[in-house]
Design a protein around this ligand. Structure first.
Ligand code: ZN
Length: 214
């Protein structure tokens, strides 16, 4: 039995480990024991060093909008409540044409399950051609007043247009979860719990995220 046990909760966050994948140029992940009972210390204590945008994490508006809110200002209901996992079939981009098939409603929390979930987390190397949100799709999400968007790799936008995509979503007040692994979550309706660490004024923060079918 996995750690979800019989509760029905599915863990959709990725495990953190030293040397794991991160956005190119971001600080590496290093988790080291500064005290260790195996070496005769009285307790085992780790030091965790990592960028705030590694693994499963959230982005705050201040990540790309100067003077905007930090992650500690996120309303808790942005990421806790009903959510929908939408299966994206396009192997390159999340496009408006595909989104239109799903009848997105204002205020929805939507998690995009792309081929990234199965493909990208198997390696500690950065996968450059991950599926990301297109410019037009970001505009559609903003127009539809989606509350929260989750993606299954390290950025909502691609390597070339990441800044622009983040800005469109954040300007529209959409909260962003990145780095989910949705391979164990079938498309459908869920209760979402996702809690980023309460970092004061933080541009982002690691998060634990889980889903329970509704
Ligand atoms: Zn981001």
């Amino acid at each position: 039995m996995d750690i979800a046990g019989r509760s029905g909760w599915i863990d959709v966050s990725v495990p953190l480990h030293t040397g794991m994948v991160h956005w190119p140029g971001d600080p590496p992940v290093q988790i080291e024991r500064t005290s260790d009972m195996a070496r005769g210390d009285r307790a085992t204590i780790s030091k965790i060093s990592m960028g705030a945008h590694t693994g499963t994490h959230m982005d705050a508006p201040v990540h790309f909008l100067r003077g905007e809110r930090g992650i500690d200002a996120m309303p808790l209901d942005a990421t806790n409540g009903p959510a929908r996992v939408i299966r994206i079939r396009d192997a390159a981009l999340i496009k408006p044409e595909e989104l239109e098939l799903h009848g997105m409603q204002p205020g929805e929390r939507i998690l995009f399950k792309t081929s990234n979930s199965e493909r990208c987390w198997k390696t500690d190397r950065f996968v450059e051609d991950f599926v990301s949100i297109s410019k037009d799709a970001a505009e559609l999400l903003a127009e539809r007043r989606i509350r929260t968007v989750g993606v299954d790799y390290l950025s909502v936008g691609g390597l070339q247009n990441g800044v622009e995509i983040h800005q469109s979503l954040l300007r529209a007040g959409i909260w962003i979860i990145e780095g989910l692994n949705l391979s164990s979550a079938a498309p459908g309706n869920y209760e979402l719990v996702c809690l980023p660490l309460r970092v004061e004024g933080g541009d982002g923060a690691p998060a634990r995220a889980m889903l329970r079918p509704l």
